[in-house]
Design a protein around this ligand. Structure first.
Ligand code: NA7
Length: 547
């Protein structure tokens, strides 16, 4: 990982007032900056990290790679960028994603708008001037008309408040704050906490290097192999020739992916046929398994159970020790009601003599000690602890900034019982706070959601400026209705079931966080249509205010 050599960066002296402040230099922040600059707005971006890339700049842990195919997990707005950039693997690694962001940012000359290594600590709305005052951790304050956030859905790391962490004498790391220089695991006894997407990716890599790894698992996961491999010239050329069609397609798929509906249901075929279809989907890997086998896996519990059974049998066929295999086997919740992870040699890694699985579902971790950790019943000694313990998803990156709207209302207080936004863009009482893929925007392939929502925001700012409006904010009625629709949408599919196994979809992974659906499951395609409808209907559900 190459750190940005220019501390802070190009705009060393941020101006005192701009049209728009953009927070974050990931997929969202870079694209909205490009769009707003194209319109002639003055933009000041702030990025807490060392450079561009957002989540792909922070999550540098070994094994980090996308779970979505390379040709959909990228920008689609620029045919030139799509043609000029060449991917090397089906599921790009973090270094490749980081290089992609560097390429895009340089290609569009975006870095000059950002101040890196600079965290936004507060943003307060001033009713008298109609401006936001945005404060940063270097002590500066800047005023702006539009406060646009690109701070990510999954970006505020969750380190569970284990007692005694400060007494640990070894080294500990959260995967989302991985040191740029990497971590040396040679001859180290490692404790790995967490078996979500991240723990699943990092474990096989650490196990190759460390003396011993103990994996602490609270909930077993339905892990499907990603089937990652290098790309050849022929398939790359084929994709490049079809980008227009692919990018059109991802806008019509409920999860923003380029899959065709398989056109069959799991219970309508014979058992033998079902097994053959699952086997083919397993060999294709990753999200192919969820989206290309059968149409009803996300909506029909009985159909879903056939997929669960297939994966359970796979686990038992891969893992040699039957007790370990059973501990790794998810039961009692539908496949997809926790975010479905992809792995590479994940289950195989438990066949190593130097890897041990510890079930902490009934015997939780109670404290970190000077030389390791203790569950209620056992003690363990470690040189290094790795927290793959996830994120305070959706609202976490907002509530960690002191955002105050009209009458000093704190966003964290407003969202105490769960997020309230209209279409994920805007929340009542916070004029001109515009969120790219904010809380209650779709859970789907993120880059396409970013593009659609950033374009909606840019178009909305055009509308305000052309029609003499100063600000926009959601109405209370619309955001209440949108929250209700989000809950209903999660219940229309099996996603709401994940609440009983700590899914972050429902805020259930964070102690003390309100259990409320915080991402939209009604389909990215339906959501994009709803955004267009809102515009067509004169910004129905939003309050537009003149000064
Ligand atoms: P996840 O999917 O939230 O996984 C976090 C893991 O950490 C998960 O296995 C948790 O168990 C575990 N965890 C969290 N707190 C504890 C405590 N206190 N004790 C034991 N285990 C704990 O985060 P990831 O980083 O893996 O993935 C996040 C997203 O990034 C992913 O969905 C992709 O979109 C990319 P639990 O399952 O809650 O019982």
């Amino acid at each position: 990982m190459v750190e940005n050599p220019r501390a802070r960066t190009n705009t060393d002296e941020a101006p005192a007032h701009v049209d728009a402040v953009v927070i974050g230099a990931g997929f969202s922040g870079l694209y909205i900056t490009h769009l707003l600059r194209e319109r002639g707005l003055s933009v000041q971006g702030f990025e807490a990290g060392s450079g561009v890339g957002g989540t792909w700049n922070w999550n540098r842990y070994p094994g980090a790679r996308t779970d979505s195919l390379y040709y959909i997990y990228c920008y689609s707005f620029s045919p030139e960028i799509a043609q000029e950039w060449t991917w090397s693997e089906r599921y790009p690694s973090q270094p490749e994603m980081k290089a992609y962001f560097e390429f895009v940012a340089d290609r569009l000359d975006l870095k000059r708008s950002f101040r890196f290594h600079t965290r936004v600590t507060a943003a307060h709305y001033d009713e008298a001037s109609g401006l936001w005052a945005v404060s940063t951790d270097d002590g500066a304050t800047i005023r702006c008309t539009y406060l646009v956030t690109g701070i990510g859905l999954i970006s505020a790391p969750n380190t569970p408040p284990f007692a005694g962490l400060d007494t640990f004498e070894g080294d500990w790391y959260h995967t989302a704050r991985w040191p740029a220089g990497g971590v040396d695991f040679h001859r180290k006894r490692v404790g790995l906490i967490g078996t979500g997407s991240t723990g699943i990716q990092i474990l096989p890599i650490i196990a190759e290097e460390a003396q011993h790894v103990t994996v602490f698992q609270r909930t077993p996961n339905y892990v499907v192999p990603s089937q990652n491999r290098p790309l050849n010239d022929e398939e790359r050329a084929d994709i490049k020739a079809r980008y227009t069609e692919i990018f059109r397609k991802i806008r019509t798929h409920p999860f923003g992916m380029a899959f065709d509906s398989p056109g069959r249901n799991a219970l309508d075929v014979s058992e033998a046929e079902r097994e053959a279809i699952y086997e083919e989907a397993w060999q294709n890997g990753g999200f192919h398994f969820l989206f290309e086998a059968f149409d009803d896996l996300s909506v029909d519990a009985e159909a879903n159970e056939t997929a669960c059974e297939f994966i359970r049998a796979k686990i038992h066929s891969i893992v040699d020790d039957p007790t370990t295999a059973e501990l790794l086997t998810p039961r009692g919740y539908p496949y997809g009601s926790k975010r479905p992870p992809s792995g590479t040699h994940y289950f195989e890694t438990f066949n190593r003599d130097d890897v041990e699985l510890v079930d902490v579902s009934d015997d939780p971790i109670v404290e970190i000690t000077a030389d390791g950790l203790r569950t209620a019943e056992r003690g363990f000694e470690f040189d290094t602890l790795v927290f793959a313990t996830g994120f305070d998803v959706s609202t976490g990156s907002f509530t960690r900034i002191d955002i105050r709207g009209r009458d000093g209302l704190a966003l964290a207080d407003k969202w105490r019982d769960g997020p309230l936004t209209n279409l994920g863009f805007s929340t009542a009482g916070f004029p001109n706070l515009l969120m790219v893929t904010g809380p209650l925007s779709p859970f789907a392939n993120i880059p396409v959601c970013v593009e659609e929502t950033a374009e909606w925001i840019a178009g909305t700012i055009d509308h305000l400026r052309q029609n003499g409006y100063h600000s926009i904010e959601a109405t209370e009625e619309a955001e209440r209705a949108w929250a209700d629709e989000n809950t209903a949408a999660a219940n229309r599919i099996l996603a709401a079931e994940g609440e009983k196994v700590n899914t972050w979809f429902a805020g259930a992974n964070i102690d003390g966080k309100a259990h409320a659906i915080n991402v939209y499951f009604g389909g990215a395609d339906a959501y994009f249509a709803a955004c267009r409808d809102a515009t067509r209907n004169g910004y129905d559900g939003f309050r537009l205010i003149r000064r």
